[in-house]
Design a protein around this ligand. Structure first.
Ligand code: NAP
Ligand code: 8YV
Length: 322
């Protein structure tokens, strides 16, 4: 018989908790006095897990639930879920694509402007009273004018960023594993070659083994002393100690980061870099967009309970039937 219990292992936004509680099937693990004992007692009742980015839902975790059929991930990136293992074991993984694309692209452009024109630094100058005591903030050495941008991972968000960059008059190139025939931007089959040719490297790449630390010391050296790195994808894509060294030693000009390898912890040597703009993973973080993401999590779980097609299964777990 189909298991209808829904497990929320970690705290989720009220919209998700309320939406799932309305099914009468929700098990909130954080409300249990002894979570481990609760899991052991209820494991066979769990058919769906609703999860966020802060829990590793790997094979070992999923195998604790013998009747598990769905892992509904809050976020388009699902690098914390072992989707390959899920696919091999008849479990569907869903994520939250599209509804956040434009918000994240807006944040990426904001971060780029902040970084290249030193906007946070100039605001700190004003607040410290330096405008009065020392005069205007120094002219910025860098500018968006006449620049080339290389987008690492031209997917949904990468394309929305590219559209905005066109409006800013930037020349656009991209790197990914495959050339895309429906775009006119220049394609590089090598990340380091693209880094060498562009002024701005914009990473929107997903996390996971295939992208871990692909932005390394060599890529940063290729980007060069006028180069700017923006990372809006996943922190694990960048070798953070190589980046801190590159920022310190002016191997690159500046970096703007929304994501980090070990969130919420940001390495002290990155914090110490005045030429880094650091945001606390706010790419999609408006009430409007987070509500749309949350509703998609609820809708995917409700589709499972109703025996319907999930709305947004990931590529590794194509839906056939429950
Ligand atoms: P998407 O449409 O699936 O695009 C992902 C792109 O990554 C694809 O174009 C793919 O192209 C490329 N890619 C995958 N593996 C690669 C590799 N090993 N090397 C180079 N390129 C690779 O996903 P999306 O909706 O644009 O989201 C992208 C990522 O943004 C998410 O996975 C998430 O990590 C991040 N994100 C961050 C925030 C934030 O708040 N900062 C918010 C949302 C999403 P190929 O297959 O051709 O390589
Ligand atoms: C979320 C994200 O902030 O969708 C993603 O992949 O990184 C962000 O939109 C995150 O997943 C929620 O914790």
């Amino acid at each position: 018989m189909k298991a209808t219990g829904i497990l929320a292992p970690t705290r989720m936004m009220p919209l998700i908790v309320d939406g799932l509680r309305a099914t009468g099937k929700l098990h909130c693990l954080w409300e249990q006095a002894d979570p481990e004992a609760y899991l052991s007692a209820h494991a066979d009742q769990i058919g769906a897990i609703a999860t966020g980015a802060h829990l590793a839902v790997d094979g070992a975790y999923m195998s604790r639930f013998p009747n598990l059929k769905l892992v509904a991930n809050f976020g388009v990136g699902y690098d914390t879920v072992d989707a390959k293992w899920a696919g091999q074991h008849g479990i569907i993984v869903t994520n939250t694509p599209d509804v956040l694309t434009e918000e994240v692209a807006d944040t990426a452009l904001g971060l780029l402007l902040m970084t290249i024109r030193e906007l946070p630094q100039s605001e700190r100058w004003l607040r410290a009273g330096h405008w009065v005591s020392k005069g205007p903030y120094p002219l910025t050495a860098n500018t968006m004018r006449g620049k080339k941008i290389g987008i690492l991972a031209l997917g949904r968000i990468g394309k929305a960023i590219a559209t905005r960059c066109e409006a800013f008059g930037l020349t656009i190139a991209y790197h990914g594993r495959t050339k895309q025939d429906d775009v006119s931007y220049h394609y590089y089959d090598s990340l380091i070659d693209m880094a060498r040719d562009v002024d701005i490297l914009m990473s929107v790449a997903p996390g996971g083994a295939s992208t871990k630390h692909i932005i390394n010391a060599d890529v940063l050296k290729a980007l060069g002393p006028q180069g700017v790195l923006i990372n809006i994808g996943r922190g694990s894509v960048v070798d953070e100690s190589a980046l801190a060294k590159a920022l310190r030693e002016k191997i690159i000009f500046a970096a703007g980061l929304d994501v980090f390898e070990n969130e919420p912890h940001v390495p002290a040597d990155l914090m110490a870099c005045e030429n880094a703009v650091l945001l606390p993973h706010v790419g999609s973080a408006s009430i409007h967009t987070r509500n749309l993401m949350g509703q998609l999590v609820v809708d995917n779980v409700v589709a499972y309970l109703a025996g319907k097609h999930p709305l947004t299964p990931v590529a590794e777990t194509p839906f056939k039937s429950w």
